[in-house]
Ligand binder design. Structure first.
Ligand code: AMP
Ligand code: MG
Length: 485
């Protein structure tokens, strides 16, 4: 039986009216071959263990040969890019091949990124380079390992097709899985083109597919929007807690399910630096790390605007007002877990503020700092003090922290064990991604595989990979990544 016949595939997006998408076949690339195949994820969709050895499957999933099980299409959407509305967006280089049904019955879009031009490509070539594909593969899997809502990566292929950016690079393909590829920008497109029937149809389908719990509420559209506000707040709180900066929070890169989406010039902070800008083209710092909460609210306001034809403005405003308290409450939960402080005391706020101000003034490594705090059951205080330049101040801070910990019900070993579940040892530092890319461009994919493996369980010690949890070298800090991908 052909391998694809064993996979449950559906096509619910094609039930939408034609204005939502265009059917487009992938444009084949030369000599596609697997860089990496996400076997554990693939198994959840019924792919057998050796699926990546099937040349037939490789040809189909790379878009080299046609399979009748798929109905590739490019979605139409629009969006606000750096605050300016752009009506001309859509899948310019990625195609929805179909939707896969997981073993637990959930439906996931299977999207092939880098598949060639579409009616929405504008002047783009429809391709993706190996460099950006590796970054997206590794980061989406790293985020999943951290427990942050995200799209997933099923596999990645490299090809012999040259792709022209600042230099000639290898064309690559990413197989992305996501519960949806519907973005804030989908709603904006139908609002700004005044296609209010389509807008409402989209909302109805989003509720049916993704928020069925809203169907029987008094105001299903408002309930849907409230869910999107809550999910977005939770995602951003989690980003802030783990030190992740997305880099291009345009409304076309915002999933309506609050999942981290469209990885571009993202970065995990090395030194604690609230104003960290990871996107080389973000001259104003619009998408700086500490702006992410307010930008998410700005994006939700843009989405709210698109929903005004069928939700009363005052209701939308009330829903938007829920964003900041929700985010702050989630963030506070994450931060308390990071410090291992469960009990609440009035003086905690001041302690957190002082701690962050100290971390910032010292430029301490964010991830290493919290991981070291989580290991005080087995390491001595030098593991913390050594991270700071001002050792006297660091000692004073640490004794204050330890004094505060004494007020906790959990004793040090138990507290530290809990803290290690909130403070990863391994993150996808930009310099590590860069090293994996440099090797991959020489044909050596070993570091891609190693990082993918290690980042699956970032809270585990994995002592054989200590070198991947080291402080970054000077050249690797504050790397700003170009948008070109
Ligand atoms: P991004 O910056 O990747 O979120 O993409 C913004 C828009 O540009 C989307 O509509 C993409 O589909 C489109 N796009 C990005 N890169 C390309 C490319 N190489 N060819 C065609 N369209 C692209
Ligand atoms: Mg995008």
């Amino acid at each position: 039986m052909p391998l694809l016949d064993r996979i449950a595939i559906t096509h619910r997006y094609t039930t939408l009216p034609s204005g939502f998408y265009r059917y487009v076949l992938p444009t084949p690339l030369d000599n596609p071959r697997w860089v990496i195949w996400n076997q554990p994820l693939a198994e959840r969709f019924g792919f057998p263990g050796n699926a990546n050895q099937s040349s037939e499957l490789l040809k189909i999933l790379s878009g080299t040969s046609f399979a009748e099980q798929f109905k590739p299409l490019a979605m139409k959407y629009a969006g606000h890019q750096f605050g300016i509305y752009n009506p001309d967006l859509g899948d310019g280089r990625g195609l929805l091949l179909g939707e896969l049904i997981s073993d637990s019955g959930s439906v996931f879009d299977l999207h092939l990124k880098g598949a060639g031009q579409t009616p929405y490509s504008r002047s783009g070539d429809g391709r993706a380079v190996l460099r950006s594909t590796i970054r997206e593969y590794l980061c989406s899997e790293a985020m999943a390992g951290l427990g942050i809502p995200t799209t997933r990566a099923l596999g990645m292929m490299v090809t012999d097709t040259p792709v022209y950016r600042e230099k000639v690079e290898s064309g690559a393909l990413l197989l992305r899985l996501a519960e949806t590829h519907i973005r804030f920008g989908h709603f904006e497109h139908f609002f700004y083109t005044e296609q209010h029937d389509h807008l409402q149809h989209l909302a109805d389908k989003v509720i049916e597919w993704h928020f069925p719990q809203c169907q029987h509420t008094k105001q299903p559209y408002l309930a849907m929007f409230e869910c999107i506000v809550a999910l977005t707040a939770d995602m951003i709180a989690h980003w802030q807690a783990k030190g992740f900066a997305h880099g291009v929070m345009n409304t076309d890169n915002m999933s309506i399910l609050g999942q981290t989406f469209d990885y571009g010039p993202f970065g995990f902070m090395d030194d604690y630096e609230p104003g960290y800008i990871c996107n080389h083209s973000d001259y104003q710092g619009r998408y700086a790390f500490n702006n992410q909460p307010s930008i998410a609210l700005w994006n939700l306001t843009a989405l709210a605007q698109a929903l005004t034809p069928f939700i009363v403005r005052a209701d939308l405003e009330r829903a938007l007002e829920q964003f900041t308290p929700r985010l702050q409450s989630q963030y506070s939960t994450y931060m308390r877990a990071k410090f291992g402080l469960v009990e609440k005391y009035p003086e905690d706020g001041a302690f957190f503020n002082d701690s962050f101000a100290f971390m910032e003034s010292e430029g301490v490594d964010y991830t290493r700092f919290f991981r070291a705090l989580s290991c005080l059951d087995s390491h001595d205080s030098a593991s913390i003090i050594d991270l700071f330049v001002d050792r006297t101040k660091a000692e004073k801070w640490l004794s204050e922290y330890l004094l505060r910990c004494e007020k906790e019900a959990l004793k040090t070993p138990e507290r530290c064990e809990q803290m290690r579940k909130a403070n990863p040892k391994y993150i996808l530092r930009n310099y590590l991604a860069q090293q994996a890319i440099d090797k991959a461009e020489q044909g050596d994919f070993s570091l891609v595989h190693t990082l993918a493996d290690v980042l699956k369980t970032p809270y585990d010690e994995q002592p054989e990979y200590n070198h991947l949890a080291k402080l970054p070298p000077e050249w690797g800090k504050r790397m700003a990544i170009s948008c070109s991908s």
